[in-house]
Write a new protein. Sequence first.
Length: 145
Amino acid sequence: MVVIREFRPDDINKVIHIADTSLKEKYEDQIFLSLYSASNTEFLVAVKDRAVVGFICGIFPSKIKSRILMLAVHPLYRRKGIGSSLLNTFIEKCSQSEIKKISLEVRPTNHVALNFYRNKNFKPVELLEDFYTNGEIGVKMVKYL
C-alpha cells in the first residue's frame, strides 16, 4: 500500500535521488528544501514500505491558481498508480483550497507524461519557446476545477 503524506526534511536525499533519476532537468539540492519551507507550496511524497518512491511539488501563485513544478516516481515503482495517487491528492488539496486552475509544463517529447496528464483532463494550451535549460520548448497544460 502507498501512503501520500507531506514532505519532511529527512526525505530530502530520497527526493533528490528520484529527481535525478527521473527528470531530465537537473536541480540544485537546495531547491527542494527551499520549496519545502516556502509558504505557498504543497510538497507531497509517496511512501511504500517506509521508503519514499515518488513526490509532487506545486506552488500557489494566487488564491485561485496553482502550478505543478515537479512530479516524479522512482523508475522501479512506475506504472503502479503512484503518480496518479500523488496527482489526485494534489488536485484534491487544490480543490479544498478553492483553487480554480492548475497548470504545469511538460516536454513535447515526453509522450508518457503528455498522455498521463491528458488522461487526468489537463489540456495543452500553449507552446513555451526556450522553456527548458537546453532550449527545448515546453507545453503548458491546464486543468480547471
